[in-house]
Ligand binder design. Structure first.
Ligand code: ZN
Length: 413
């Protein structure tokens, strides 16, 4: 999706504001001779920004306004090295709440609702984002924060909470606990607003079944306000994002080239009106695609598909980008096949062609030969690639507590 006129003029303003400031990006753009953004070509010359820049500029090097204008900071967790600090102006905080209120509205939340907020408060952007949006909308916030399941359930019953905001794993835990305690008839939840990370269809269905609620995926990241820049709607076909606040492009993570709408790649976000720490062309490493066309729900806001994983997990086969989640999707369609799998990418030395090997696990009751054929046929019709498929009994593939490395590329060896 290319920038529209309004977005172009907002990016142009951002650049002019940045180069007047002494901020990290102000200096960088001055050095690169970037002075304006009048058309898509100008925009494409703006270098990508990334989390490493923000770490380098720690603590407040990316701040683009006077100290007197900053009202709050947030920080993203520094699992690797320095954390990242994002300063917000009053307008930034307000804009974020407006976007978040729009998310709740898209999910059909109204002033009558009681919203139980279980994500964490503090430096992290989650809890306070959910709360500010809720207050902006006019619903009742129940600011629980994470943990303490007993108290969560007591409040949920006593206050008759109608909306649950949670990570997918905590929503699952609560739903299982409600089932185990047999208190479903004392729970009044109608909707769940779930922080968007990649979560399996199986998990989603378990939460839906246990609680009998509708689920909405909310998207965002601390570097770009926080959660609330987009959310899925009742059409359950992608997440609408607020293109009056952010411009989103999808790039091939290897070449950095923008891909056409509909094609998968890495989400790159440009903040259009952010003041405290504007970011242009920020690489999120989240994988998705822009869903072309208008949504059946009637909203005119563009859509991103739900997050398909991280760009580090993507691989290329016959020159086409593919995610492990696409393989998972196919395995999930076959009877008796488990969720554990391995992918090995090899090269046929005679034909110089890529070869995709999939090893999946299946239950003992199914015919392994036929199951392998079914997977291969589905891959051919859905992904256009015919893999070599091997089936092993459930429990054969190694499990690891840490993130399991499921894709191995042997083509460069
Ligand atoms: Zn929609």
């Amino acid at each position: 999706m290319l920038l529209n006129e309004k977005q172009l003029s907002l990016v142009d303003k951002q650049i002019k504001r940045l180069i007047k400031s002494d901020s990290f990006y102000g200096k960088k753009y001055r050095e690169l001779g970037i002075t304006e953004c009048k058309n898509q070509d100008d925009f494409d010359k703006i270098p990508f920004s990334c989390k490493d820049d923000l770490r380098f500029a720690y603590p407040l090097g990316i701040q683009a306004v006077d100290d007197s204008e900053i009202v709050r900071i947030h920080s993203s967790s520094g699992t690797t090295g320095r954390p990242v600090i994002i300063p917000y102006t009053k307008k930034d905080v307000d804009d974020w709440a407006t976007m978040f209120a729009r998310c709740y509205e898209t999910a059909g939340v109204t002033k009558e609702d009681r919203v139980q907020i279980t994500p964490g408060y503090g430096l992290w952007t989650a809890g306070i984002g959910f709360q500010a949006g809720c207050e902006k909308l006019g619903a009742m916030a129940v600011p629980m924060g994470p943990g303490n399941t007993d108290k969560q359930l007591t409040m949920m019953m006593d206050l008759k909470s109608t909306v649950l905001c949670a990570t997918s794993s905590y929503a699952l835990l609560l739903s299982e606990e409600i089932t185990r305690r047999g208190i479903r008839d004392q729970i009044f939840l109608k909707k769940g607003v779930i922080g968007s990370e990649r979560w399996s269809e199986k998990m989603r269905n378990t939460i839906k079944k246990n609680l009998g609620i509708k689920l909405y995926d909310i998207y965002g990241l601390t570097e770009i306000y926080g959660p609330g820049i987009g959310i899925s709607c009742d059409a359950e076909n992608g997440m609408h994002y607020w293109d009056d606040y952010v411009y989103i492009e999808i790039i091939d993570p290897e070449t950095g080239k923008r891909v056409p709408d509909g094609e998968p790649g890495e989400i790159v976000i440009t903040t259009l009106v952010k003041e405290g720490a504007p970011l242009l062309r920020f690489r999120t490493h989240d994988l998705s695609r822009i869903i072309p066309g208008e949504c059946s729900c009637g909203s005119k806001f563009p859509r991103l598909d739900i997050i398909q994983g991280r760009s580090d997990d993507m691989f290329k086969i016959h020159g086409v980008n593919m995610f492990p989640s696409q393989i998972e999707g196919i395995l999930g369609m076959v009877d008796g096949v488990g969720s554990e799998y391995r992918i090995i990418l090899a090269r046929d030395v005679d034909t110089h062609k890529d070869v995709l090997h999939i090893t999946a696990e299946a239950e003992g009751r199914v015919d392994f030969g036929k199951t392998a054929q079914t997977i291969a046929k589905l891959a051919k019709s859905k992904l256009g690639v015919t893999p070599h498929v091997a089936i092993a009994p459930v429990g054969t593939l190694a499990r690891s507590e840490k993130k399991t490395r499921r894709v191995e590329d042997q083509r460069d060896q």
